[in-house]
Ligand binder design. Structure first.
Ligand code: MLT
Length: 394
């Protein structure tokens, strides 16, 4: 064909991290059909949806099957009942977010990937290692990226003070609790980022997808930090909190006060969504609303407790082996230093070939992930116990 393609795609890896891992695991399974492989790689939930969620979803599906209650296209930014429910969720965390700032979507990954549509060619600042979508989506748009390295020295919580040179009008991605490291910023750490953003006229894109796993006294939302309403967009999701990885629903908060070049970012995001997105189905939005109801929250939190107990099994194993790790307390992820100075991919191969366990190599999350490895607690209790038993002789 005589067309031009987006040449920026040449700057990203050919395969998305988790597709690459799935391909390798499938090849291993094909070569070893009898192998009992335990998958603790991608952070995909395994517990079924909470009963309150299922009941709301089936009720809404029944409404769709009746002439009187059938609904066509959903509103582009989400049904008002769900936008209100998300706004009340923020009130319960002690911050005020009007429902008009809540944009419902099919998940945090899409919103994080799509937000680049409304932003120009800014410097992009990303703590490393990090969820690959931040880097890939910006590379696809040809943006300049500055990585801020995380390490065992800063507990994988880099601060703006480690940035070199002058920053003006950058877009800064922060994920806390962090994927993949499970490390979580204190209020002081986030205050440093917010002050830096305000001082440099930058925008923070805050990924709160793992907020429900927080157990310690640290911020659950960036809006707990004074000034964040003037410099931060927050993206969050029902995937990990309510087990919606296969159901798909999330939200993005674009505060009314965010403005650049005389234009409100909320207006740009609304325009982008109205053009390229047709909303989340009614039964899923009712299900999401139910997840935020008192009964739904109780049931979803019980599921999170279950995963947390898995995380503590993995963490105990790491302690018993004297392996350095972060995460597991405020996060479903354990981020460990590979034993014997192995690279993440070497450790991946060892775990798969010797123990039939799948995890995620740290390199997949960026350069600073070299020599590290991520294990998720989203498996079943049986699988997690079995994995820990297999690793007893690691
Ligand atoms: C992960 O394993 O990092 C996540 O499950 C990926 C995602 O949320 O898209």
């Amino acid at each position: 064909m005589n067309i031009k393609i987006n040449e920026n795609f040449k700057n990203i890896k050919e395969t998305y991290l988790f597709s690459d891992i799935a391909k390798r695991v499938n090849a291993y399974k094909a070569a070893n059909p009898g192998a009992d492989v335990i998958r603790l790689g991608i952070g995909d939930v395994t517990l079924p949806l909470a009963p309150a969620v299922v009941s709301a979803m089936t009720g809404a599906a029944a409404e769709m099957g009746s002439k009187e209650t059938f609904r066509g296209y959903p509103p582009e930014y989400g049904h008002e009942f769900l936008r209100e429910a998300v706004a009340s969720h923020y009130s319960s965390m002690g911050v005020s977010v009007p429902s008009s700032s809540v944009f419902i979507s099919d998940g945090a990954k899409s919103d994080i990937g799509n937000i680049v549509d409304i932003l120009g060619d800014n410097e992009i600042i990303i703590p490393d290692p990090v969820y690959p979508v931040y880097v890939d989506s910006n590379l696809m748009s040809g943006h300049r990226i500055t990585l801020v390295p995380g390490s065992s020295d800063n507990g994988f919580l880099p601060l703006p003070s480690s940035l070199k040179g002058t920053v003006s009008g950058a877009v800064i991605y922060i994920c806390s609790p962090n994927n993949p490291t499970g490390a979580v910023y204190s209020a002081e750490g986030l205050t440093e980022w917010v002050s830096f953003a305000l001082k440099t006229g930058s925008l923070i894109i805050f990924d709160a997808a793992y907020e429900a796993f927080i157990t310690e006294d640290v911020p659950h939302t960036i809006y707990e930090i004074p000034g964040a309403g003037s410099c931060a967009i927050e993206v969050s999701s029902f995937s990990k909190f309510a087990g919606f990885t296969g159901t798909r629903c999330g939200w993005t908060i674009v505060p009314d006060g965010l403005e650049a070049s005389g234009v409100k970012l909320s207006k740009l995001w609304a325009r982008r969504q109205a053009t390229k997105f047709n909303g989340v189905s009614y039964p899923v939005q009712r299900a999401a609303e139910a997840a935020l109801s008192p009964e739904g929250l109780k049931q979803c939190r019980a599921n999170i407790e279950y995963y947390r107990a898995n995380a503590s099994l993995i963490a105990s194993l790491m302690r018993s082996k004297n392996i350095y790790f972060t995460g597991g307390t405020n996060s479903p992820y354990i981020w460990l230093r590979c034993p014997g100075n192995m690279s993440g991919w070497e450790f991946f191969d060892l775990l798969l070939n010797r123990y039939q366990i799948v995890g995620t190599p740290g390199e997949g999350f960026g350069e600073s992930g070299n020599g590290y490895f991520r294990i998720t607690s989203f498996g079943s209790r049986e699988a997690t116990e079995q994995a820990c038993a297999r690793l007893a002789d690691l």
